[in-house]
Ligand binder design. Structure first.
Ligand code: GLU
Length: 327
């Protein structure tokens, strides 16, 4: 074999140095657990993947998204190692870390937070013909509270408890996936559905733009909920922005909200987490443009609502970029 000339050797060395150490050995595949395809998690997971995949030669990471049942499913899949990343409501992250609600007595100590994303609002839509104008009108009605595995199912149950309705006796509760509920409303097979989601989104567009007239029902009279739990805050559905022109409401609708978060497990490689955080944060202007729900994100507000400890890879980026001080 001919001896390699020095300049070829130099080029090989330079090329090798340009690739992060963790990516040299093999291509790393990561999957992000999202939600229904007509929600916001799915396109937002897609936006994160798109940014990472654009640099796949440099990073050696190939990211893909999976449509799932939502927050609870994603947290469970992340801690068992079935998925590397998941998108989850801040209330669900809190409950999983502290061993509450779906994780009663079983705190999920492998769970790690990475960053937070857009605000999510507990959204209740109902057909006009159902006569549901306020939460108390839900009594006796057919209401989708969401599939087990979704984040919003817990919000619907919290609201029922707060207003004194028993979801097993006082309403006909359905457990449909969020992507199925709009058609069921339009077909008149359910009266209303809950969906905790960023705005605008395809599911609510679908629910409000059919033949059957549909309205948003305000979530009011639930101050006890905000006082009791640290993760709920007052929020409005910005109907006045013209997001859902065919809904019968013309004014913004009062509700409560949480924050969307991006989570992982302590077992996921710190270099991979670091690379993803760095990519999203250093291109935040681009990231904001990838979905209207992301428009108001800042490097500062992207750390709201995180309960589980920061993943080491995320922490490294935040310290390095001066967003948090080195403890
Ligand atoms: N908040 C919903 C859930 O946790 C998902 C919302 C979305 O997909 O945008 O199940």
């Amino acid at each position: 074999m001919r001896k390699a000339t020095p300049w070829i050797l130099a080029m090989v060395i330079i090329a090798a140095l340009a690739v992060p150490a963790f990516a040299k050995a093999k291509k790393i595949f990561v999957t992000i657990g999202t939600g229904g395809v007509t929600g916001v998690y799915y396109p937002v997971g897609g936006a994160i993947s798109k940014m990472i995949n654009a640099k796949r030669k440099e990073y050696g990471i190939r990211s893909s998204v999976e449509s799932t049942g939502g927050s609870v499913y994603n947290i469970n899949a992340v801690v068992t190692g079935d998925l590397e990343f998941g998108i989850a409501q801040s209330d669900r992250q809190y409950q999983a870390w502290h061993g509450k609600a779906d994780w009663e007595g079983e705190p999920q100590k492998k769970l790690r937070s990475v960053f937070s994303l857009h605000p999510e609002i507990v959204t209740l839509v109902a057909t006009e013909e159902s006569g549901i104008q306020a939460l108390s009108d839900l009594k006796g009605k057919r209401v989708n509270i969401g599939n087990p595995g979704s984040g919003h199912r817990g919000n619907a149950l919290d609201i029922f408890t707060t207003i004194g309705l028993d979801p097993e006796k006082d309403v006909h509760a359905e457990a449909l996936k969020a992507a199925e509920a709009p058609k069921m409303v339009q077909d008149g097979r359910i009266d209303a559905f809950f969906y905790t989601v960023g705005h605008p989104n395809g599911a609510i567009q679908e629910a409000t733009s059919g033949k059957r007239k549909v309205r948003f029902v305000p979530i009011t009279g639930v101050d006890a909920l905000i006082e009791k739990y640290p993760y709920y805050a007052k929020a409005v559905i910005p109907v006045e922005d013209g997001l859902y022109p065919m809904a019968t409401n013309k004014k913004n609708v009062e509700s409560v909200g949480v924050v969307t978060t991006f989570v992982t497990s302590e077992d996921v490689d710190a270099d991979v987490v670091y690379t993803i955080v760095k990519e999203v944060f250093s291109q935040i202007e681009e990231f904001r443009k990838l979905h209207p729900a992301l428009a108001h994100l800042t490097k500062e507000n992207m750390r709201n609502g995180l309960t589980a400890p920061l993943h080491d890879g995320a922490k490294r980026y935040y310290i390095e970029s001066g967003l948090i001080s080195n403890p």
